[in-house]
Write a protein that binds this ligand. Structure first.
Ligand code: DP6
Length: 410
């Protein structure tokens, strides 16, 4: 194979994942436009704790055939088999007039299998890095770019911004008004405000993907139609107002009720889809127990298309207190501690190994406020926790030009 030196320019970005407070579920147009049935609202998570890092390369050659390439977590992914990547790359070329070849290398700091919306972070990163390389002022055009990210994955449109973000469903058939906008940036919250604890359930069973689940729900659930036509329009406005006012009572109550309604729509889908499991329901019951007043909750659970609970907390000290309780109810099993004591059981802001977590769970039992039968009732049922908070949108961390020694055929 003949090698030649290619000049390339590269751009590296870090991109956050986001968690929906008002869920996007259902498409009104499942074509390449990927238009939603309802508007949604999400919190962008801190990239210090969970992030996708993506480097995009603009090669010094024109593609004679399709020769864009993509690597995710060290493995090459065939672009022919990921039509949405192809769509995103074509849209960037159309918007910028660029004709050269793209290489994209993407790595998640969290396990893809954890079901933590890696597609949201991944597509937002790809769009932002490619746009910048193609001469688009990505920072100034986040709303425009959310249109392209949406075609990769709907929730990716919201990772363009930090803080709290709304994705307006829009009404135009061409989707030009189906865009994300920032409701408030990360500085709207004090340093210690709005934390999240993610409970990664040990259930690693494959579940129905969001895309296919949505399509069955749209085809069969009358409840989803009612939700999209009647409930979400009012709830979307109410949530935006509550976020601007930092009215945590309303934000948290709506978050839990919206998650419950989304999962009710999944149950109303025929055949039904079950994303929540017994472990998920045990987390709900625990949060209900901790929230003494249902309409002034301290904590808010929410679940996406999988069994993992995300629990929002008003402050960091609430999150730390919650973690103590969670470790009592869902400690790692003794066998897991023996097999790998160094395994990080709490990740992100309150790191603890399995051995530390189990030690604390045992010593916490004496001062525990939770009922006796709940303690250690779910030992070994959560694989690990993440403690994180609200963060910034996708951003550039490095830009450079370099020469790569590449086989000429690639
Ligand atoms: C339950 O954005 O993954 O997490 O547009 O088909 O890629 P596609 O779906 P995706 O769906 C996310 C669904 C959800 C709710 C949400 O994030 O709003």
């Amino acid at each position: 194979m003949v090698k030649k030196l290619q000049t390339v320019r590269s751009c590296t970005v870090v991109s956050p994942t986001n968690l929906a407070l008002i869920k996007y579920w259902g498409k009104r147009d499942a074509s390449k436009l990927n238009l939603p049935l309802n508007s949604s609202v999400s919190v962008t998570l801190d990239t210090n704790d969970l992030r996708t890092t993506t480097t995009a390369y603009l090669m010094d050659s024109k593609p004679e055939v399709d020769c864009d390439r993509l690597w995710v977590n060290g493995k090459e992914v065939s672009i022919g088999e990921t039509p949405r990547t192809k769509i995103v790359m074509e849209e960037i070329r159309r918007a910028s007039g660029e004709t050269r070849t793209f290489y994209v290398v993407s790595v998640n700091s969290f396990p893809t299998a954890a079901g933590l919306a890696s597609s949201a972070a991944g597509y937002a990163a790809m769009v932002f890095a490619l746009a910048k390389l193609c001469g688009i002022d990505a920072d100034a055009r986040r709303t425009d770019l959310s249109r392209i990210a949406r075609m990769g994955s709907g929730s990716a449109s919201r990772s363009m911004f930090g803080g709290v973000v709304a994705w307006n469903m829009g009404v135009r058939p061409d989707g030009e008004d189906s865009l994300a906008e920032q409701i408030c940036d990360v500085r709207h919250f004090r340093e210690d405000e709005l934390h999240a604890v993610i409970c990664v359930a040990s259930d690693t069973k494959k579940h129905v993907s969001s895309t296919s689940g949505m399509s069955t729900s749209v085809a069969t659930s009358l409840l989803l139609k009612h939700r999209a036509d009647t409930i979400v329009p009012a709830r979307f406005e109410e949530m935006k107002t509550a976020v601007r006012a930092k009215d945590f009572d309303t934000i948290f109550t709506l978050t839990m009720r919206d998650s419950n309604q989304f999962h009710a729509c999944c149950l109303d889908t025929y055949p039904p889809i079950f994303y929540m499991t017994d472990v998920s329901r045990a987390v709900v019951r625990l949060v209900e127990q901790l929230n003494e007043k249902p309409f002034a909750p301290r904590f808010a659970y929410t679940f996406d298309a999988g069994p993992n609970a995300v629990i929002f907390c008003r402050t960091g000290s609430d999150a730390r207190e919650l973690l103590e309780v969670l470790l009592e109810v869902f400690p790692p099993s003794a066998a897991d501690v023996r097999s790998d004591g160094g395994f990080e059981f709490v990740r992100g802001r309150s790191r603890r190994s399995r051995a530390e977590a189990r030690g604390e769970a045992v010593s916490g039992l004496q001062k525990s406020t939770i009922s006796l039968d709940a303690r250690r009732a779910h030992e070994g049922e959560i694989s690990y926790f993440f403690h994180t908070g609200v963060g910034q949108g996708v951003r550039i961390v490095e830009e450079e030009g370099c020469a790569l020694d590449l086989p000429s055929q690639v």
